[in-house]
Design a protein around this ligand. Structure first.
Ligand code: ADP
Ligand code: MG
Ligand code: MG
Length: 207
């Protein structure tokens, strides 16, 4: 039984992305090829169309199904990266209790799979600049027994700080890396959408 149905989280994430649609489209247009919003909305529409089914599945199976669906429908670098993240989270969730400690391990394994697939790390002006600090914050708080709501609000703050840190970076991965100095001064689109999605999920759990 899922504590908060995945359908609810998917709906909230989709609404949050739609509420920031113009901004997200502009970010990828400035230093990418302008399709990140569409890729993400396509992926989220796919997940919404199967969300009733996802609600009935064990979390590990649901994550695997989400991952495979994103890989086959979303498109873009972000589609294969988010896809691989969820496939890995599906595998990892099989061996973990669904406590804060367990879920933080699952999330961390997902982020590691993006690093491996994208051959990227923190400081390269990508979604990883949001995801790595968010995951580290959650793992640290979980290990220290920090209460759920506080952990999630720390995680949100880490995601925001990480997202903002991409603004002044040079890009060394992805399309923005072709721009050299011209990429400076712009926030990375995938860092922003990753932060928006994490914040939307945490808001729903905290509320
Ligand atoms: P595409 O770049 O193929 O058009 P999207 O626009 O959907 O795909 O996604 C672009 C985002 O993907 C970037 O803003 C960045 O956050 C992320 N990204 C691109 N390449 C990598 C990589 N090698 N590692 C991690 N993230 C990456
Ligand atoms: Mg793009
Ligand atoms: Mg593209």
């Amino acid at each position: 039984e899922q504590a908060i149905p995945l359908s609810q989280l998917i709906k909230n994430v989709h609404q949050c992305i739609n509420a920031h649609a113009e901004e997200v489209a502009e970010l990828d247009a400035a230093i990418g090829d302008g399709d990140h919003l569409n890729n993400l909305q396509r992926g989220l529409a796919t997940l919404e169309s199967m969300s009733a089914e996802l609600d009935q599945m064990p979390l590990s199976d649901a994550f695997s199904k989400i991952g495979m669906s994103l890989m086959s429908t979303m498109g873009g670098a972000s589609g294969s990266l988010f896809g691989s993240m969820f496939v890995t989270m599906g595998k990892t969730a099989k061996d973990q209790p669904l406590t804060l400690v367990g879920l933080s391990e699952v999330f961390s394994a997902g982020v590691e799979s993006i690093k491996a697939r994208g051959k990227a790390d923190i400081g390269e002006k990508t979604m990883l600049d949001t995801l790595i600090p968010a995951s580290q914050s959650l793992q640290q708080d979980a290990a220290n027994g920090v209460p759920l709501e506080t952990s999630l609000s720390h995680m949100q703050q880490s995601a925001i700080t990480g997202m903002e840190s991409t603004k002044d970076m040079l890009a060394t991965k992805g399309r923005a890396s072709f721009l050299g100095e011209r990429a400076r001064g712009h926030i990375d689109a995938g860092a922003r959408t990753s932060q928006l999605m994490l914040c939307a999920i945490a808001d729903e759990v905290i509320k």
